[in-house]
Design a protein around this ligand. Structure first.
Ligand code: HAM
Length: 423
């Protein structure tokens, strides 16, 4: 039986890859404009990084990690997300010694053992941004504006930023107490996972997708109810900056992200048209994470977006630009000698940056002309035995059908100039 790719993964074939490249190029441009620099971290890390960083009680760490022992008996994990790795690099590579804040972005595959469905994969791709070393609310606003601006440049419509503040360790303790008190009499109605969460991390009960748990938590106190003065004024300032920037947001007091490191601002961007997995981006502030993994106390904030989901939204909304023709000229050489001469000419033109191709299948003149048209070539450069004898090249304009003769000695220069002029 033929071997198949693993469940929840995709082959990205030519035709689709161009859409990825378009998205990745737009991302790079926005990051450059905002002054973010790229970081590339390993695809696998010590398992402990995610256990400590993402949190022992999260679904990611409990159920979804691709963990294995390497040949040296070390526990390794394919990265399920990028934030913990960026913070590890910030500490290990001493980026805290550079001028702050450090503004980084990354793009690459992530791995989670989830139940595959539309918009949910086991190998998926994230573009993410992390800003380390700045605690001001203007940073939160800038990061959200970057996401918003990217989606505007891509032409996406119908988006909404859902925003919440999950507070800091001080006000979270007050919330925890109030929430446990609220749930105390109905604890037995919660699902098994939430009964465990009740002791270890009750906030995550608000995020449970089980309809029973959602019914039990209706009217439960939210983190917004217990914010301390510092967290409240931080949140209000973020909201006022976003309003000024024209970002369409909605305060959602029940937004609880699925990772444990968040403090203060948490957000997600939703687009309804792509189905149940409507979150195309998620992020927030994580002021305790760098310290948690052994670095100096450092505030941080960032987000990550699922590229598969952004591409699905672009697809549904018909927002991909028309593909640009990739071929300038097809060099059609007929006969052995002409093929030798043509091959030299093609390589000289390619060396000058002119996209030229030759037939690789030994096809007839007619079939080669057909292929040139199909691939959107501007010109056919025809070189037969007879042209070779007369030391000329036929230059056929495939748009107008007009055909001229160029002396072989001048052909490279003439074609090069036409390409430069965009003819
Ligand atoms: P996350 O919410 O787990 O956050 O993932 C961010 C985004 O990645 C989601 O909104 C979704 O678009 C995409 N995503 C997640 N899982 C899958 C999957 N199985 N298949 C397809 N797409 C998926 C984080 O990962 C945080 N590290 C974000 C962050 C950065 N927070 C602060 N800085």
């Amino acid at each position: 039986m033929a071997i198949q790719r693993p469940k929840g993964t995709q082959d990205l074939l030519p035709g689709t890859v161009e859409q990825w490249q378009y998205l990745e190029e737009t991302i790079r441009k926005v990051c450059r404009d905002y002054g973010y620099e790229e970081i590339r971290t390993p695809i696998f890390e010590a398992t402990e990084l995610f256990q400590r960083g993402v949190g022992q009680t999260t679904d990611i760490v409990k159920k979804e990690m691709y963990t294995f022992l390497d040949k040296g008996d070390r526990s390794m994990t394919l990265r399920p997300e990028g934030t913990a790795s960026v913070c590890r690099a910030y500490v290990e590579d001493k980026l805290y010694g550079q001028s702050q804040p450090v503004k980084l972005y990354y793009s690459g595959p992530m791995f989670r053992y989830e139940r595959p469905q539309s918009g949910r994969f086991r190998q998926f791709h994230q573009f993410g941004v992390e800003v380390l070393g700045a605690d001001q609310p203007i940073v939160d606003a800038e990061v959200i504006c970057l996401v918003w601006d990217l989606y505007q440049r891509l032409g996406l419509k119908g988006l909404e930023v859902h925003l919440n503040s999950v507070g800091c360790p001080t006000c979270r303790a007050a919330h925890r107490e109030q929430l446990q008190r609220f749930l105390t009499t109905r604890k037995s109605e919660l699902c098994q996972d939430c009964q465990e969460r009740y002791e270890r991390n009750p906030l995550r009960i608000l995020d449970c997708k089980n309809p029973n748990c959602q019914a039990v938590t209706e009217g439960a106190p939210t983190t917004l109810d217990t914010l301390c003065d510092d967290c409240r004024s931080h949140f209000e300032k973020v909201l006022s900056l976003l309003s000024g920037a024209g970002v369409a947001y909605r305060v959602d007091p029940r937004l609880v992200r699925g990772l444990d490191y968040y403090t203060k601002t948490a957000f997600e961007v939703m687009v309804e048209e792509i189905g149940a997995q409507s979150a195309i981006c998620g992020g927030g502030r994580y002021d305790g994470l760098v310290e948690e993994i052994g670095g100096p106390a450092t505030p941080g904030i960032g987000f990550a977006m699922g590229l598969e989901r952004v591409l699905a939204a672009l697809q549904v909304q018909g927002k991909f630009p028309d593909p640009k023709p990739k071929l300038f000229a097809m060099l059609i050489a007929l006969g052995d000698k002409a093929q030798n001469e043509g091959f030299t000419m093609m390589n000289a033109l390619r060396g000058k940056g002119v996209p030229v191709r030759m037939d690789l299948l030994g096809r007839s003149l007619k079939a080669q002309l057909k292929a040139a048209n199909r691939e959107g070539a501007e010109f056919a450069l025809i070189l037969g035995e007879e042209e070779l004898e007369r030391q000329v090249l036929l230059l056929r304009d495939l748009n107008s059908g007009e055909q001229t003769e160029v002396p072989l000695s001048k052909a490279i220069e003439v074609i090069y100039m036409k390409h430069r002029r965009g003819v």
